[in-house]
Design a protein around this ligand. Sequence first.
Ligand code: DON
Length: 337
Amino acid sequence: MTNQANQGDLEIDPSLLKAFLNELHSQYKPLREGAVANYIPELAKVNPDLFSICIVTVDGQVYKVGDYEQLFTIQSISKVFAYGLALEDHGLDYVLTRVGVEPTGDAFNAIILDEQSKRPYNPMVNAGAIATTSLIKGSGPTERLNRMLDMFRGYIGRDVFVDILAFTSERSTGHRNRAMAHLMLNFGMIDRNIEEALDLYFQQCAVMVNCQDLAVMAATLANKGVNPITNKQAVDKRYIKDILSVMYTCGMYNFAGEWAYKIGLPAKSGICGGIIAVVPHKMGIGVFSPLLDVRGNSVRGVKVCEELSQRLGLHLFECQGKGENKQSDYKENAENY
Ligand code: DON
């Protein structure tokens, strides 16, 4: 446990924060709304009861509850980090010529492309993510995969690997993504071998993580690209604002507007049931619960983030001053836990 002076300006008593996470976990554990993803056969096997919440602060304090060691495939949350790697490989100006930053208001797997600007709309939807992954540098598929895995290792702070069953399961059933890649090839939006680009995209989606990893990755983005546990730079800090901006506007797909309005944090979900949310300069939040709503976002994950944001006063545009913000409500409520 740490003292408040080490918590940056979070100003929450660590024992109260731990109690709050426990309370949220008990509150939402009985919730059975939603369904697990089943369009990738391997994912349909997940236990729907799994549920964990983890917070990692920028000074490396870890708060966790539930099944936080359970491994699962990162899925769309990988898109955030692949985008960071593409930015490092090519710089913002070039990447912007290949992938836009416009929210679609459509589902993550919508087959829509911006034919005017000859780009997919943004790097968080599948089409844009496939185009982004096709930009990753390397002399061949093996080097590109190794660079991708090294990038994840930096954010996570330990060795990572691809779940071969999830990868091959998606590779043999990902006809919709394959169709998008062909369309983008047709429009000149991708100029590489699309089978190789798709393989790398399916592999990045099949990287195994746990809930604590998600929080560490989010905290790394909150901490100017430095992993707060290893203190190593995982991504060039000049790209943090670009990554967080696109997470804020596009990370939750056709729920992105309501998410920004109510929760007010850069975030990304995946059909694994994971959500990451970034509180810049303060902390990273990871939630894992595989029951999804119709937009592909974790039902419990959205509810937990909403409560965390409201009761800790984390919304980026929160205007209330210190002492009168939601954290004081939280402290009062926390006394009753
Ligand atoms: O492209 C796909 O279908 C998956 N590998 C990832 C999609 C995903 O996680 C969407 N998120 N809610």
